[in-house]
Design a binder for this molecule. Structure first.
Ligand SMILES: Cc1cc2nc3c(=O)[nH]c(=O)nc-3n(C[C@H](O)[C@H](O)[C@H](O)COP(=O)(O)OP(=O)(O)OC[C@H]3O[C@@H](n4cnc5c(N)ncnc54)[C@H](O)[C@@H]3O)c2cc1C
Length: 443
């Protein structure tokens, strides 16, 4: 049944990630933010410590981590630096289509290599002209003998400038939308692959983001991860398994913003006392803590569903949406507690504020998460309560009416909800004047 206890292995992994974050990530976070450089040496160290590519199944030489292990790990890294966490985790995103796909040969060729060697793999659905609407991919893949020929540009590719491999989503026909989308594992060294300049950003500046151009790039069919028509679902299934980690990034970063605010509030003095003695500040801290804890619960639930083999799509969207928006509120209040100092580069909250802002955008914006959840609420979700028209009638206390109800039939006006008791519906509703024919017989 319900159990929030981590296994000893999970606790050890969390502790290991925490120690790694405090020793190797936190001390360099401000430097790499300032210089806009990606700390490849830190990413490599994380690989050597077993903190990257852990989700590769054991049969391919990996550690066989689940989504739960992934979220435990990235919370700790993001707490120290959201940008470095994005860079580390990107291998999980890039590799997920390969792990999920049906192409055994591609798995056998690449997964053992990723498990053994320090190699980065990026993920690309987005393009310069589209991001949210994955069915609108324009990068083309045209069949030619034993190959497909790729042409087009992918944009916003995390680790695009430093990865050697990419999961690329393309289409056999841009007009065919979902039906034409396919996916390939593409190597950077292949002829016709060109990497763009690193895209300068507001936050997470140490995380490399670049465009990739394909000019007549010949991709062997054996590198196909999804056939035309199967690529869209492969991308969606990937997101369902990686969105909990974005929620976990937000938990980690918000947790740090909260901890810094607690520390500051306990020391900073105003009106002759510490800030932490003002109820207004205490309430802010309480809200922050509540948001961090709630977010983590949602993230863990989504991860748990994924690891149980359930469809985690809706829980993953809820976790991503809630945790990323809550994190922005938390860091905003943290900055407020710091007052003017929060707005400076002397303290870490300003960087967290910029870094956290990205969470509402990548891997599906907040608007897209709301669309997914709304789609579920309106179509997939099964209500427990009867429909309004079929609600049992209990409202009338009048004993005569109750007697009448027992003996005869009740009629409900579908517009205003008025219930009429009698063998026949009234000629018209006495409240909203809708005609007799619109009344529905009810029991
Ligand atoms: C730093 C960074 C790293 C990234 N890394 C990757 C990566 O590794 N791989 C990758 O493939 N992509 C990556 N992305 C791309 C990211 O996933 C997209 O930016 C995101 O999906 C939004 O797409 P867009 O920017 O094209 O915005 P658009 O899709 O053009 O949307 C613009 C705005 O309109 C809203 N909108 C769009 N459609 C609707 C609708 N139907 N209803 C309501 N609102 C709507 C959006 O929510 C958004 O607010 C990255 C982006 C950034 C900034």
């Amino acid at each position: 049944m319900l159990d929030f206890t981590l296994t000893p292995k999970q606790s050890d992994l969390k502790q290991k990630a925490r120690e790694f974050a405090l020793k190797n990530v936190l001390p360099v976070a401000a430097y790499y933010d300032e210089t806009d450089e990606t700390p490849v040496n830190v990413i490599k160290k994380a690989f050597e410590a077993g903190l990257i590519s852990g989700q590769i199944p054991k049969k391919y030489g990996g550690m066989g981590y689940g989504i739960t292990e992934g979220v435990l790990l990235v919370e700790e890294i993001a707490a120290a630096c959201p940008g470095i966490a994005t860079s580390l985790f990107d291998n999980a995103l890039g590799m997920e289509p390969l792990i999920l796909c049906k192409n055994k040969k591609a798995k056998e060729k690449y997964l053992p290599m990723f498990a053994k060697k320090f190699k980065l793999i990026g993920f690309a659905t987005s393009e310069p002209m589209m991001g949210s609407d994955v069915s609108g991919i324009r990068c083309t893949a045209i069949e030619d003998g034993n190959d497909y020929i790729l042409n087009g540009t992918k944009y916003w590719v995390t680790n695009g400038g430093i990865a050697d491999y990419f999961s690329i989503f393309a289409t056999v026909d841009p007009k065919s939308q979902h039906k034409g989308i396919c996916a390939f594992l593409v190597e950077k060294k292949w002829d016709g692959v060109t990497i763009g300049l690193t895209i300068p950003k507001l936050g997470q500046r140490c995380s490399n983001t670049a465009g990739i151009n394909f000019k007549n790039v010949r991709v062997p069919k054996e590198n196909m991860l999804a056939k035309p028509g199967e690529g869209f679902m492969l991308a969606m299934d990937t997101f369902s398994r990686t969105r909990p980690a974005i929620g976990a990034f937000a938990v980690g970063a918000a947790r740090s913003a909260m901890e810094y605010a607690i520390s500051y509030a306990k020391k900073r003095r105003a009106f002759g006392t510490n800030l932490s003695n003002f109820q207004a500040i205490q309430f802010k801290l309480a809200e922050m803590y509540q948001k961090v804890e709630t977010s983590r619960l949602l993230v863990w639930k989504a991860a748990w569903e994924a690891d149980k083999g359930m469809d985690p799509t809706i829980s993953a969207s809820i976790a991503k949406l809630y945790a990323t928006e809550a994190a922005l509120e938390v860091v905003n209040e943290s900055l407020q507690i710091f007052g003017g100092y929060g707005y400076t580069k002397m303290y870490p909250v300003e960087k967290l504020y910029r870094d956290i802002r990205l969470y509402k955008i990548y891997e599906g914006t907040s608007e897209i998460q709301r669309m997914i959840i709304a789609g579920h609420v309106l179509a997939g979700y099964k209500s427990v309560m009867p429909s309004l028209e079929d609600l049992p009638i209990h409202r009338k206390k009048d004993p005569l009416a109750v007697k009448a109800f027992k003996k005869s039939t009740a009629w409900r006006c579908p517009i205003c909800g008025y219930v009429h008791y009698g063998r026949e519906a009234p000629d018209e509703c006495p409240y909203c004047f809708f005609p007799k024919e619109s009344f529905k017989k009810t029991t």
